[in-house]
Design a protein. Structure first.
Length: 440
């Protein structure tokens, strides 16, 4: 229905435009935008046996032709099975139709893929749903609210639980669903207040952390779903450029830097803090988890090599650790850009960039490495664990000018998004999605 209405409106605007030129031939040298239809894609997610990419469409007519401004925004999903033919085939999945939808947020784990979005219609609302076993969106759960400052957040835990949080004029709000649950409930009891700077990090089995890294320091507060007493925070200390990940045993990993350099710290439920400094020359670190073990990739050394270091949750500065060189014999500097770990095999998948492009290297739990022989030339958006020792990588190329698509309108643009599935260091499947800016 929506695409039909859009085509009809574009046709009417085009006819009006041609008629206007006939009456005012001097206008032929001008550039008109008319209706601008912009389609973009968000970050890929995976869960429940599906690969999903959110799509956001915005149709806008500033009223240049007939003087009547017009605008609508809608969101949908491009969905494909996690396994299948070499050519990935996506299909579009939509929720209840609305022209005031915000971009969809995705959060995936092995057995779940949660979706959330805002809708500014009326007093505003927040919608959420879980992709079903057929790869479709059921009717969303709707709550009244108008999140401010792009505060809507969605996250998934290692066991498939998920949490939704936002801020509106009445304060902070958060909901959570345990693994397997379809309907989220209030994250904490009514007497437990969230701070505007709290980030919800799930850590399996209905446990969570409220992480606060405001003002150059970091603290973390352990809690469980539905807790009705205010928990005590644990101060970790000075920290910048913070990344937090909940493990599958209720613990929290923090990757950050202080005045001495980068470090990885593990915080247990009982408050025990174990911190491991990375080498003093470490740079651009990225982190993923293999169970309760942190897998950290970083650049270091005079050759700017990329290393992977596995750090146990009980490690201390005195604990002996080993690291694996992913770029032996490389002739140029390489920088890790993203990492994912297969939850079953504990194999790490690391993307590294250099002047020659971006390459994928795997490191097994026994420290053996393997490298994909190809190179990615596009900009990398994300790498996500898919299960069964597979990952999915999303990248996008530059926008290409495709010229005028309607007489007198501004030039239109096209952009390709590439989605690839790797099984170990082998490229197994690939597919394309097209984003565009169409003026007519």
């Amino acid at each position: 229905m929506r695409s039909h209405l859009r085509r009809s409106r574009v046709l009417l605007i085009t006819v009006a435009f041609v008629w206007a030129l006939a009456l005012h031939p001097d206008a032929a040298g001008a550039t008109y935008t008319g209706v601008q239809d912009t389609t973009t894609f968000g970050t890929v997610a995976a869960g429940g046996g599906w690969i999903v990419v959110p799509q956001y469409a915005e149709d806008n007519d500033p009223g240049e032709i007939d003087g009547t401004p017009f605008s609508d925004t809608t969101s949908s999903l491009e969905v494909a099975r996690a396994s299948g033919p070499r050519q990935i085939s996506f299909r579009s999945v939509s929720a209840s139709y609305s022209v005031t939808m915000g971009p969809m947020l995705l959060a995936g784990a092995e057995h779940v893929l949660a979706v959330a979005w805002t809708d500014s219609a009326g007093t505003g609302q927040i919608d959420s749903a879980v992709l079903n076993s057929h790869g479709d969106l059921p009717n969303p759960l709707t709550r009244t609210g108008a999140p401010i400052d792009d505060s809507l957040r969605l996250s998934a835990g290692p066991d498939g639980g998920y949490a939704l949080s936002w801020r509106d004029g009445t304060g902070e709000h958060a909901l959570a669903a345990s693994a397997g649950a379809q309907v989220p409930a209030p994250l904490l009891g009514p007497d437990v207040q969230l701070a505007p700077t709290d980030q919800v990090v799930l850590s399996g089995d209905d446990s969570l952390w409220l992480v606060n890294d405001a003002a150059g320091g970091i603290s973390a507060t352990p809690a469980v779903f539905g807790q009705d007493t205010t928990p005590d925070a644990v101060t970790i200390g000075e920290a910048l450029d913070v990344t937090t990940v909940g493990d599958d045993a209720g613990g929290l990993w923090v990757l950050a830097r202080d005045s001495r350099g980068w470090f990885a710290a593990h915080l247990a439920r009982d408050g025990r803090l174990a911190s491991t400094p990375l080498p003093s020359d470490a740079a651009h670190p990225v982190i993923a988890l293999a169970g309760t073990t942190a897998v950290v990739a970083y650049r270091a050394g005079h050759r700017c090599a990329t290393y992977v270091q596995r750090i146990a949750s009980t490690a201390t500065p005195a604990t002996a650790s080993t690291r694996t060189d992913l770029t032996p014999g490389a002739s140029s500097c390489s920088t890790p850009t993203a990492i994912a770990v297969d939850p079953a095999s504990r194999t790490a998948y690391v993307l590294t960039s250099s002047n020659g492009g971006t390459i994928l290297t795997t490191e097994s739990a026994t420290r053996s490495t393997n490298r994909w022989p190809g190179s990615l030339r596009e900009r990398i958006d994300a790498i996500v664990a898919l299960g069964s020792n597979r990952v999915v990588v999303e990248s996008n190329g530059p926008r290409r000018d495709i010229g005028e698509q309607c007489g007198g309108a501004a030039d239109s643009l096209r952009q390709w998004y590439l989605v690839r599935v790797f099984h170990g260091a082998s490229l197994e499947r690939s597919g394309e999605l097209e984003a565009s800016v169409m003026n007519c």
